[in-house]
Structure formats: structure tokens, C-alpha cells
Design a protein around this ligand. Structure first.
Ligand code: MN
Length: 424
């Protein structure tokens, strides 16, 4: 293999992969699956297949010590903790094995039968045991739109916003994998000028986000520079940060969101590595004013990842309600990680860090219903004629993401979830 970073765009897998698949051999995203007669183990997605990494590890084909059983833990934490040189060596070996450049998998029918599993016969699980979850607020368009609705149209951004990636420490226990439905939360709902009511959330929303998983750990007191981020970031997923706007409005002063975002956060199952995204580098927005030195980057960049949100009413036709792009984010993942560790806070394998809602400069690029419907004032009309200010029971939200350059396309798959009636 020439270079670990980029798998030759002309390389083909020895198994058939549909053109336009999110998972060509240039992607190789990691996940956790079960089925086909085995317990939870690690795999990579390849077209409509899952490549069973535990099977390859046990066959001695991966550049790791088989005695560690890195891929048999039921989460990616142990593999991610091994660090980027190991991630890259495994990625390069997989490209060789799955293309047939190294024929040991292609030419071994018994191993092939064990190691290539149809994805539709499997169950996908959370890819990591999630150590903790932080959500940022890094889209200038989102922060501006929300600030106009809730603060002051003339001073939509708070005075700190352009000086640091704003974030809050969220709830890891209720992060769920795509395909798992969730119940509309109950909570305290504000009543104008009076005491709150108790009841089911009436302003349930989605938030279009990406998130990254930390692989390598840092230590207490160790401040990471943005330029060091690629050594620490294992990869990215799509994230839907479900939000109860009415609960949020009442509770968020003075300490920020609590129960409004604690009931469910959905992520896509396949973790796309930064090496796979490398061909899709794009300029990140220029920063004015220049940030403080600890947030400065020598190689500032984003990735050109197109993102969509589809809203599907129960039994009805869906509609794409958002088209946005990861490159719109004002603060990069490197800056987020640098700020997160700026106090000496350590990070661990399996830490999940959300981008914040990713809105863009156009009306079509608004990343949540709060912005799209302007807090319910301009409801959406769906193909079945029904309208939505916020989500109703039975609604399903599907987020997708992919990057494309010439004939090369890699994707994230999707993150989807359906709103169920409140917990009894
Ligand atoms: Mn969020």
C-alpha cells in the first residue's frame, strides 16, 4: 500500500460494492455488530457487508497481537485506545486484504465465509462504551438564528461566542444507536407569568449534528493543541441531539440544558475515520477576531460533508427539510478538543463530542425545527398535507451524510429514530 492516509481512489474490493454505496473500500468505517452466530464484536462496513474484524484478528491477519482480542470487546474502546499508528496500520492492512492485493482472505473460502457477513442479517450496536458526552454550539448561523429568537436580534451572539467553542457536559447514559425509538419526555413546561405545568413536552425538536469519538486518552493537566487533534480523534458519526424546547426554555437559566436534552441522543453506528475523510478537506470559515493563541491552528480545515434531514410522518411520505454541510462550522474539532482540555480536563477513549446544530447561511440549511419554523410561527407542510411546528408522536427523523469528490464518494449511512408517546 502506498501511504496510510488515503486509499487509492481506483482501488476496488474483491466483493461487489454498489456504485454510490456509502461504504466503498476507501471508507472502512468501524462499528460493533452481533448476529450470524456470534456475540458483539467489531467490524467494518464494506458495501452491503460487514467485515468481521475479530475473525480476521483470530486468523492472525491484522497487525495487532491476537492475544489482546482488541476486536472482541463489544466496543471499540480498546482498539481506539491503541492510538493512531495502530488505527492506520489496521486500515492499510484491511485495504490490502479486501482488495486482494494481499490474497490471504480472498483465496480462503472458509475464512471468507466467517469474515464477510451480510449487514442486513446483523444488529448494529453503539460503537463505543461512551465515557462521557459533551455537546458544543459551534455553528455561527445556528447560534445567530437562535440568539435572534431568544435574545436580541441586534446582539444575537453572546459576547463570548467568537472567543471560544461554547459547550456543555451532556448525558452519556441516554445516547442510543440509530434505529432505536424513544419516548417523548415529560417535564416542567413554562406557563407565561406563572408556575409551570407538568406534562408531555409540546415542542420536541431534532438537532442535525456530527460528533467525534476520542480514541487516545489525555491526562489531567495535559492541554492539547488543536494541531494534535488527529492523534486523539478516532472518527466521526452523525448525531441527532433530540431537544425539548419548552422544557429547555424554562430550565436553562442559569446552568444550561438539563432534562431538555437528557432523555435521548441518537448516533449513527459506523465511525468514519479522519483518514477516510482526508480527500474531502475544505477550508473552514475564517475567524475574526483571531482566537487566543491556544486555539490557533497551523492547518485549519473542515471537511466537505453534505448533510440532510428527512422528516417522515407515521405511514406517510417523507420530506427533506434540511440540507446543510459540516464545513459551515466556525469552530473546528481541533479547537473544540483544545478548549475542552484547556483547563487541564482529561479526555478518555469513548468520549463523545457533538458539534452543535449544523446550520448554514441559507434558509434551507437550518438544522433544527426551532430555526426552520421560527419557533413554531411558520409551520412546515409535509407531502400528506399535515403541518409541523414541532415533532409529533410517530414522526421519524432520518439524517444522512456523505462526502463526494469526482468519482470518490464515502458516506456515514444514517441516524434515524422515531418519536413514541410519553413514558406511562
Ligand atoms: Mn445540540
Amino acid at each position: 500500500m502506498a501511504g496510510f492516509e488515503i486509499i487509492d481512489p481506483s482501488l476496488r474490493a474483491f466483493v461487489e460494492v454498489d456504485e454510490g454505496s456509502d461504504f466503498p473500500i476507501q471508507n472502512l468505517p468501524y462499528g460493533i455488530f452481533s448476529g450470524a452466530g456470534g456475540g458483539k464484536r467489531a467490524g467494518v462496513a464494506l458495501g452491503a457487508w460487514i467485515v468481521d474484524l475479530l475473525a480476521l484478528e483470530q486468523a492472525g491477519l491484522l497487525p495487532v497481537d491476537p492475544a489482546l482480542a482488541l476486536f472482541g470487546h463489544g466496543s471499540l474502546n480498546a482498539f481506539a485506545a491503541a492510538g493512531r499508528p495502530v488505527w492506520r496500520a489496521v486500515r492499510a492492512r484491511l485495504a490490502e486484504l479486501l482488495s486482494g492485493i494481499d490474497p490471504r482472505l480472498r483465496d480462503d473460502a472458509a475464512l471468507r465465509a466467517r469474515a464477510l457477513v451480510p449487514m442486513d442479517a446483523c444488529t448494529l450496536h453503539l460503537p463505543f462504551e461512551i465515557a462521557s458526552y459533551t455537546d458544543f454550539y459551534s455553528s455561527e448561523d445556528h447560534a445567530t438564528n437562535v440568539g435572534k429568537l431568544f435574545r436580541d436580534p441586534a446582539n444575537a451572539l453572546t459576547p463570548n461566542w467568537k472567543h471560544m467553542p461554547i459547550g456543555y457536559n451532556g448525558r452519556a447514559s441516554s445516547v442510543i444507536v440509530s434505529g432505536r425509538d424513544f419516548h417523548r419526555p415529560m417535564g416542567q413546561l413554562p406557563v407565561a407569568g406563572g408556575a409551570p405545568e407538568w406534562g408531555p413536552c409540546r415542542e420536541l425538536d431534532f438537532e442535525l449534528e456530527t460528533a467525534f469519538f476520542v480514541g487516545k486518552e489525555s491526562h489531567l493537566g495535559e492541554r492539547l493543541a488543536p494541531d494534535e487533534a488527529p492523534e486523539y480523534i478516532f472518527g466521526m458519526v452523525l448525531m441527532n441531539d433530540w431537544s425539548a424546547r419548552d422544557i429547555q426554555r424554562w430550565e436553562y437559566v442559569p446552568l444550561g440544558p438539563f432534562q431538555a436534552k437528557a432523555f435521548a441522543t441518537s448516533i449513527s453506528p459506523w465511525v468514519v475515520t479522519l483518514d477516510a475523510l482526508e480527500p474531502f478537506r475544505a477550508p473552514a470559515p475564517e475567524q475574526d477576531p483571531a482566537p487566543l493563541p491556544y486555539l490557533r491552528e497551523s492547518d485549519r480545515h473542515a471537511y466537505d460533508i453534505e448533510l440532510t434531514v428527512e422528516l417522515r410522518p407515521q405511514g406517510g411520505e417523507g420530506m427533506v427539510v434540511t440540507r446543510s454541510n459540516f464545513r459551515h462550522l466556525y469552530w473546528t474539532m481541533g479547537q473544540q478538543l483544545a478548549h475542552h482540555t484547556s483547563s487541564g480536563c482529561n479526555v478518555r477513549p469513548g468520549d463523545l463530542m457533538g458539534s452543535g446544530t449544523i446550520s448554514g447561511p441559507t434558509r434551507q440549511a437550518r438544522g433544527c425545527l426551532l430555526e426552520i419554523t421560527e419557533n413554531g410561527k411558520r409551520p412546515l407542510t409535509l407531502p400528506d398535507g399535515s403541518t409541523r411546528a414541532f415533532l409529533e408522536d410517530g414522526d421519524e427523523v432520518v439524517m444522512r451524510g456523505h462526502a463526494k469528490r469526482g468519482a470518490l464518494r464515502i458516506g456515514f449511512g444514517c441516524v434515524l429514530g422515531r418519536v413514541l408517546p410519553p413514558w406511562p
